[in-house]
Ligand binder design. Structure first.
Ligand code: NA7
Length: 544
């Protein structure tokens, strides 16, 4: 407890012990704040704790997908491969928890179910499933962006006598697929990662595809000592550069249009970034596919040809080629996905041709056939970005519900605060770069900005911070305007809430890029944290 804090009350409650929560806790400690982390899992790691399915890997290179805040940490953690596996990322986050002695302020198994702002007291009361109430002046929702699995119930699901596995709630001990018949539902990033691994052991795999994804090969490989040493030597430079780029990784910001060079040069440039592997370089080969549909058609055609090449069978290839713009749905990264679909024990079931009707006691039923299986894998996605907080449904001023507000529209100021919800910060909340960037950079940006904002209030002896409605409105309109100038609205996706029935349609990540967003944060901070109001206790409504 610090000197401004009443007895029995923390300065800060952090919800979630994933990458964001761990860094927030460390930052609070450095500021002398008394913080407690409430984590529903039985271990730290957040997204990387839960998503233990076979093949789970990050699609951002390991040398970028890590914290930059501690020079020794980044020098000592030796990433094994170009793309880190889930166990390696989890081990890294566990190492961070130990190295900075974070665990003593983390309550595991503490599943937050409610959070209410007490206006008279200027404090949040947060309840967990065990009935405990925890109080703090500030709440930081470090609840993740892909942590609320979509609640999918298929007709007949309860009658299925086999095993149903959800990718986001995978059993800690894994699952042995040897000799089993398996149906994988979902062909987003998760299904594309799971299928090749399951197909190696299973007797038969049915891949149930409703919407095909674009996917590029990872070309994953071991990181050599030489590469690692060279990368570590220039880590500070690499990290600085990442904060100025679109996607928060050390790639250059593209300045050439698809239409500035010859068709041969376009193909050669795409071939080069495709052969390098992964999405980041490919998406920044030219500066226009995300903002110009004609330029997007060029990269879409390029990737369609790669699918044809990889699959061989023209009929199968056509069913795998998406008809949405590249990047408007997540561009996936795979290791042998298309090749796996050509195996004798794998069968693509196109649900657009033969819709999925439900489960039977022994498998899945489409309009054309029953497929008997032992295991059904649900890789059906998430209520992304706003889902985790919609689940908790914090109540702010006047008892207003955040879920109610976001059901109308996911408004936010900078993805950091929501007007009417004082002292509640959202790390990588809606309308911030979040999933459209390297999440570690997005997280560090937010945690560091929140820390500055808390220090700014403390300097004034203030204990209430709130985004003004005007600032929120302007930012929300700006984010929508940026999104409207891109191809993102041209496809239904979890980016724009279309995968969840009844969710407000809005492009949830801010598409102005990490660099542009950082410049905004710096400018707003320099301008006295414009758009944020601070006040003393008891909380006064912002004058806005
Ligand atoms: P995604 O990308 O949302 O993919 C979910 C997949 O599941 C997608 O192919 C969906 O098809 C399919 N799905 C969802 N519900 C159904 C039903 N009811 N019937 C048939 N198919 C269904 O989630 P992921 O977990 O793969 O990836 C999320 C992010 O995590 C990823 O982008 C990375 O950033 C990490 P649909 O598209 O709805 O037709």
């Amino acid at each position: 407890m610090t000197e401004n804090t009443a007895p029995g009350r923390h300065d800060v409650i952090i919800i979630g012990a994933g990458a964001a929560g761990l860094y927030m806790l460390h930052t609070c400690r450095r500021m002398g704040l008394d913080a407690v982390v409430l984590e529903r899992g039985d271990g730290v790691g957040g997204t990387w704790y839960w998503n233990r399915y076979p093949g789970a890997r990050c699609d951002v290179e390991s040398l970028d997908y890590s914290y930059s805040f501690d020079e020794d940490l980044q020098r000592e953690w030796r990433w094994a491969e170009k793309y880190a596996t889930q166990p390696e990322i989890l081990a890294y986050l566990e190492h961070v928890a130990d190295r900075f002695d974070l665990r003593r302020d983390i309550r595991l198994g503490a599943d937050v179910v409610a959070a209410d702002f007490d206006e008279a007291d200027g404090a949040w009361r947060v309840r967990t499933t065990d009935g405990r109430e925890t109080t703090a002046t500030w709440v930081v929702a470090a609840t993740g962006v892909l942590s609320a699995p979509k609640r999918t119930r298929f007709p007949g699901q309860d009658d299925f006598t086999g095993t149903v596995l959800n990718s986001a709630r995978w059993p800690a001990g894994g699952h042995d697929f040897t000799g089993k018949r398996v149906a994988v539902i979902g062909t987003g990033s998760t299904g594309i990662q799971i299928t090749p691994l399951v197909a190696q052991d299973a007797a038969k795999v049915f891949v149930l595809q409703r919407t095909p994804s674009f996917s590029v090969p990872a070309h994953n490989r071991t990181l050599t000592d030489e590469e690692f040493t060279a990368a570590v030597a220039r880590y500070p430079e690499r990290r600085r550069a990442a904060r100025t780029t679109l996607l928060g990784v050390d790639t250059r910001n593209p300045d050439v249009s698809t239409f500035d060079v010859s068709e041969e040069e376009v193909q050669a440039a795409y071939r080069k970034t495709f052969d390098y592997g992964g999405p980041m370089k490919l998406l920044t080969t030219f500066n226009d596919p995300i903002v110009d549909k004609r330029a997007n058609d060029v990269v879409a055609a390029f990737l369609a040809d790669r699918i044809r090449e990889r699959v061989g069978d023209p009929g199968l290839a056509e069913r795998l080629i998406p008809d949405h713009p590249v990047g408007a749905r997540r561009l996936c990264v795979d290791t042998d996905y298309y090749e796996t679909l050509t195996r004798d024990n794998v069968e693509l079931v196109d649900l657009r041709e033969t819709p999925l009707l439900g489960f039977t006691p022994t498998g899945v039923r489409t309009s054309a056939a029953d497929h008997d299986v032992d295991v059904i894998v649900l890789a059906t996605g998430f209520d992304a970005i706003t889902g985790p907080l919609r689940g908790i449904d914090p109540h702010g001023r006047g008892g207003a519900s955040l879920r109610g507000k976001w059901d109308a529209y996911p408004a936010s100021y900078l993805g950091l605060m929501v007007a009417g919800f004082p002292n509640l910060f959202t790390v990588t909340g809606p309308l911030s770069p979040s999933v459209n960037s390297n999440m570690f950079v997005a997280i560090e940006q937010h945690v560091e900005f929140i820390a500055k904002l808390l220090a700014h209030a403390a300097e004034r002896g203030h204990t209430v911070i709130e985004a003004t409605p005007e600032a929120e409105e302007r930012w929300t309109a700006h984010a929508a305007e940026v999104a409207a100038g891109t191809v993102f609205p041209l496809a239904d996706s979890w980016y724009n809430g279309a995968n969840i029935a009844g969710k407000a349609g809005a492009v949830l990540p801010y598409l102005g890029g990490i660099g542009g967003y950082q410049a905004r944060l710096d400018e707003i901070a320099a301008d006295g944290f414009r758009g944020f109001e601070t006040a003393g206790r008891p909380a006064a409504a912002p004058s806005a």
